[in-house]
Design a protein around this ligand. Structure first.
Ligand code: APR
Length: 229
């Protein structure tokens, strides 16, 4: 059955580069976007590891965390109790337990930041809200850390196809477009220099969020090259 009939909503491919010879665009051939439930991706997608949007306790919650814990079964909670939590920006790995039936071998529990968006940080010229230059808030750096560590861990584990949700953009209120740029930028940078994971698929519950991400990817040249002040 075609992929777009398996996911709840049609899959979206990222803008394909004119030709893969353009080194900066080559990673786009290894990136995809789907709209659906990350805990029930069709095995035919070939995903073998999931990133979870966890909290510092690693003991479950709602959203992505709830869906993955429900699908993995109670052994996941028992295992995570042995991990002793995880600081924001960090990632810890667990087996997939009942999700192995879907071809998942690992769950990478990433703890994203809560977005505070504090306008006045007390540092002149250094706002902490959406007016700040991308990458210039503590939350930006914590979200970047989640993605960088999840990708590094996936490569070390030999993950071939990694699924990543929109970390921190739900209960943790991180602005969606800002998070999309950080997620896309870090996956793009990792795939430029690493062979594993072979493929990364971004998974969004809402079609509108998947569409937003695809637009961010489409417009990458407008925001990725912005020189740091
Ligand atoms: N599959 C894919 N995406 C999902 C799913 C799902 N099953 N459920 C929610 N989402 C989307 C949300 O729409 C949001 O855009 O994932 C994004 C992240 O939302 P959350 O799951 O709320 O994660 P986050 O914002 O990182 O907050 C983490 O919420 O669930 C608790 O225990 C979790 O305390 C932690 C906090």
């Amino acid at each position: 059955m075609r992929l777009d009939r398996m996911c709840r909503m049609p899959s979206i491919s990222l803008p394909q580069p004119a030709n893969a010879d353009d080194a900066m665009d080559a990673p786009l051939l290894r990136m995809g976007v789907v709209a659906g439930d990350i805990a029930t991706l069709p095995p035919e997608l070939g995903v073998d590891a999931l990133v979870n949007a966890a909290n510092e306790s690693l003991l479950g919650g709602g959203g992505v965390d709830g869906a993955i814990h429900r699908a993995a079964g109670s052994q996941l909670m028992d295992f995570n109790r042995t991990l002793g939590g995880c600081p924001t920006g960090g990632v810890k790995v667990s087996p997939a337990f009942d999700l192995e039936a879907r071809g998942i071998r690992h769950i990478l529990h990433a703890v994203g930041p809560v977005w505070h968006g504090i306008r006045d940080t007390g540092v002149p010229g250094a706002p902490g809200d959406e007016t700040a230059q991308l990458g210039y808030t503590l939350e930006d750096n914590m979200l970047a850390s989640c993605h960088a560590r999840a990708l590094e861990m996936a490569a070390l584990l030999g993950v071939r196809h990694l699924a990543i949700p929109a970390i921190s953009t739900g209960a943790f209120r991180f602005p969606k477009e800002r998070a999309a740029k950080i997620a896309f930028g870090h996956v793009h940078g990792h795939l430029l220099r690493a062979t594993l994971p072979e493929r990364v698929t971004f998974v969004f519950l809402a079609q509108a969020d998947a569409d937003l991400f695809s637009r961010v990817a489409q417009n990458r040249r407008a925001w990725m090259g912005s020189p740091r002040r």
